[in-house]
Design a binder for this molecule. Structure first.
Ligand SMILES: CC(C)=CCC/C(C)=C(\C)COP(=O)(O)OP(=O)(O)O
Ligand SMILES: [Mg+2]
Length: 437
């Protein structure tokens, strides 16, 4: 089941990226990586709000890549692809990949949980337990003291979600715990909204559009007259999802450049559109065709999480590189693979929830008339094809545009994919595998 490439609609990224030395503005590492020569920017580079104590700027630790006058051959060797996507390895190479961390890590106990049999994935090192603990402590304090995210009787579920382990596994190159907290608050807020508005904790498809739109204004503010502004501002305190969105976004924009913030808003608008399609089908008890389900799930998707990897890493992928179709395809494939991982690990949880909960195995079984076991195994193959397509396209992009920021971003997305799988596998509080093997 290969994942076909879409027909080309714009010049490909390598053409635009043929000037790796051209200046980039914003808070990037200054490595450019694809900005076409043009008039100098009127905006000075934004200051970086967070910096690891004693850390070296990413531009200095990133691999030095010679200028590429011609598009190189796409590397076919698995080892070369691995090096591009996962970073160099071996004695003395650690500093080429990850920004320096504040704390030396202590060895971690291997976590519980088994992978879905046959699932193509990459195991990750156990996340640094010191960071896991600290992020867990800080996110609970934020949830309880700053935004009143959950009532006391949901505390076990909040703890069982293991946000610290999730975000430390997904962002091993975050220079500081403060950087990790940017991602962790957003992750907490995104899940709170999904639970409270859409799913397990009182959510409903009825009236979802209005709720989502008003919550979206916590990310993308209302600009209106002085008469109506105070009512809108007060509304952002009205429920936990809005309090959480607003606060998490305030922290995020302190570190993100304007275009990184806008990228995030766009990804969140996509997410909300996906929630709406899912809700519309739930209201009419409609089971979409498999491709229709995959379209919905491309929007109702983890995408807003891996695409902030550069902000969390303390650098910026230039907006014009991010917007290139080849980069957009890589991001979409990665997001889709991570989200189908959720469908597989959350399958039994969703089967046990009231009503029909759509996920890929359920839709395949219904639409393709096969047993639930065969449908589940086919969904594993769909995931594996998406993963392989993501890796092939990321490697092609890396080979065609080997600027340090591009390579680091692609690695950041790849390690997010792996960390996301790790979290699903090890979250035995939340997920249990079906008995199909
Ligand atoms: C963190 C984030 C952007 C989440 C957005 C959408 C979302 C909650 C998922 C992709 C996870 O899927 P699902 O809603 O099925 O989650 P659970 O299976 O309930 O863990
Ligand atoms: Mg799920």
């Amino acid at each position: 089941m290969p994942v076909p490439a879409p027909p080309p609609v714009q010049p490909s990224l390598p053409a635009a990226a043929a000037h790796p030395g051209a200046p980039a503005h914003g808070r990037g590492t200054g490595t450019g990586g694809g900005r076409l020569p043009g008039p100098p920017s009127l905006l000075p580079p934004a200051p970086t709000a967070l910096q690891a104590p004693g850390s070296t700027p990413a531009a200095e630790v990133a691999p030095q890549v010679p200028e590429m006058p011609h598009r190189p051959e796409i590397p076919h060797s698995p080892e070369i692809l691995k090096r591009i996507l996962r970073g160099p390895s071996g004695l003395g190479t650690a500093g080429l990949y990850f920004a320096r961390q504040e704390e030396p890590s202590a060895p971690a106990e291997p976590a519980a949980g088994r992978p879905v049999p046959g699932l193509y994935h990459h195991p990750v090192p156990e996340p640094d337990p010191v960071r896991v603990e600290e992020v867990g402590r800080r996110i609970k304090a934020w949830a309880v003291d700053e935004v009143e995210l959950f009532p006391p009787d949901w505390e076990d579920q909040f703890d069982g979600f293991s946000l610290g382990r999730y975000m430390v596994a997904c962002h091993p190159d975050a220079p500081t715990v403060d950087h990790l907290m940017i991602a962790t608050r957003l992750m907490a807020a995104e899940n709170a909204l999904d639970d409270v508005y859409c799913e397990d904790h009182g959510g409903s498809p009825v009236g979802l559009g209005g709720r989502l739109l008003l919550a979206h204004t916590a990310l993308d503010p209302l600009h209106t007259t002085t008469e109506y502004q105070p009512d809108w501002a007060a509304s952002l305190q009205a429920d936990a999802p809005r309090r959480a969105y607003r606060s998490a976004m305030q922290y995020f924009v302190q570190e993100a450049s304007p275009s990184q913030a806008d990228r995030y808003r766009h990804d969140m608008a996509r997410l909300h559109l996906g929630y709406l399609a899912e809700a519309a089908w739930a209201e009419t008890d409609h089971v979409p065709e498999v491709w229709e389900y995959l379209s919905m799930r491309q929007f109702n998707n983890f995408r807003p999480c891996p695409t902030i990897t550069d902000t969390v890493g303390g650098y910026e992928l230039p907006a014009d590189i991010h917007a290139q179709p080849a980069m957009q395809r890589v991001i979409a494939l990665a997001g889709n693979a991570t989200t189908i991982v959720n469908d597989l690990y959350s399958y039994t949880k969703e089967l046990a929830s009231p009503g029909r909960h759509l996920n890929l195995p359920v839709v395949i079984a219904e639409r393709e008339g096969c047993s639930v076991r065969d449908a589940y195994l086919k969904a594993v193959e769909v995931h594996n094809d998406l993963m392989r397509a993501f890796e092939a396209e990321a490697a092609e992009l890396a080979a065609g545009c080997p600027a340090p920021d591009v390579l680091r971003f692609l690695r950041g997305v790849a390690v997010w994919v792996d960390g996301n799988h790790y979290w699903h596998r090890t979250n035995t509080y939340r997920y249990t595998l079906p008995d199909f093997w």
